[in-house]
Design a protein around this ligand. Structure first.
Ligand code: 3HC
Length: 299
């Protein structure tokens, strides 16, 4: 159905079955949307479905008494998710396409050029990028596509974190912004509207905080454990900065701050984002956090 303002989004195609893409697919399907999850191989899709199943079971345990009701819930939600390795066909009937692939500008630009050619002319196209300018991802697209292009930035773990940043470019039209906001509410999340600037709101504040925590450690002010305890018990954060760094991934953090320091609009050379020897060393040694079993802590 369509209306003169926001058009209701019911069919969603998510490109990328990693942690973020799987989480987005899961949440959309939980809230009764019809979802197609796309990745390059069946193995990647199976892995994504594995993440979703595990997380849904966790949600089901809290929501329903008894194994039968829990299994029924998991199956019902999974039943609304189709898997595909064919992006062109997968977007052909989509109301909304959300991209959550690798943080590489060229990869995203090429992907969207292709998706725009196969998606309906009314579809909203969204990127879940956390560090690349939405405007730059949309740059090669025609004006008719740019007006339907937006950032929808989810947070990890997607099923649990209530926020989605809705990132508007100069070119995005009101209907696109309204549809995106309506979609975010319809999947049980809270939207925060933001202009297309590096880090949007959350990461623009979170990355300096994480980097300053690492610099406290480098100066020998306190141990990771004491800094984490201090911020959890003294400032009410659910995780301390080092736990959060390890959780997000040290490679991801390095990639974001290095990119901003080098070429972030208005951030080039900003000392908040200057390289940290400690972070560089951990990443160079493959200690990327929880996912590799070691970061600032061992897992
Ligand atoms: N799927 C479903 N539910 C999940 C989940 C998952 N993958 N992970 C956690 N949960 C739920 C649990 O079931 C539990 O629910 P309940 O409170 O209703 O019982 C709740 O989350 C809390 O989980 P736990 O009790 O296991 O553990 P914690 O209390 O330590 O919470 C946490 C875990 C939710 C991750 C919490 O520590 C937290 O909020 N941490 C901060 C996370 C954060 O800041 N994320 C943003 C990172 S930055 C980012 O994503 C941007 C990127 O661009 C860099």
């Amino acid at each position: 159905t369509t209306s003169s303002t926001a058009s209701a989004i019911s069919r969603i195609t998510v490109i990328g079955g990693g942690q973020m893409g799987s989480g987005i697919a899961q949440v959309a399907a939980t809230y009764k949307h019809s979802v197609t999850l796309v990745d390059v191989s069946q193995e990647a899709l199976d892995r994504g479905k594995g993440y979703i199943t595990k997380s849904l079971k966790r949600v089901a345990k809290k929501k329903f008494e008894g194994e039968q009701a829990q299994t029924a819930f998991v199956d019902e939600v999974l039943g609304r998710i189709s898997l595909s390795t064919k992006p062109d066909a997968a977007v052909s009937k989509a109301d909304l396409v959300v991209e959550a692939v690798v943080e590489n500008i060229k990869v995203k630009q090429d992907l969207f050029a292709r998706l725009a050619a196969h998606a309906p002319a009314t579809a909203v196209l969204a990127s879940n990028t956390s560090s690349l300018p939405i405007t730059k991802i949309a740059e090669p697209l025609g004006a008719d596509v740019k007006q339907r292009f937006i950032g929808l930035h989810f947070f990890n773990p997607v099923p649990q974190m209530k926020l989605v940043e809705v990132v508007r470019t100069e070119a995005a039209d009101k209907q696109t912004v309204d549809s995106a906001v309506e979609f975010v509410r319809a999947i049980g999340k809270a939207p925060a509207l933001c202009q297309d600037t590096p880090g949007f709101i959350v990461n623009r504040l979170l990355l300096p905080y994480m980097m300053e925590a690492i610099r406290l450690l480098e100066r020998g002010v306190a141990s990771p454990r004491d800094i984490d305890t201090a911020m959890k018990l003294g400032a009410g954060y659910p995780m301390g900065p080092f736990e959060l760094c390890d959780y997000v991934g040290l490679d991801t953090i390095k990639f974001i701050v290095d990119g901003w320091y080098r070429e972030g609009e208005g951030l080039q050379g900003n000392p908040l984002f200057r390289p940290s020897a400690k972070l560089d060393e951990l990443v160079a040694n493959g200690h990327l956090g929880v996912k590799t079993g070691k970061g600032f802590y061992e897992y």
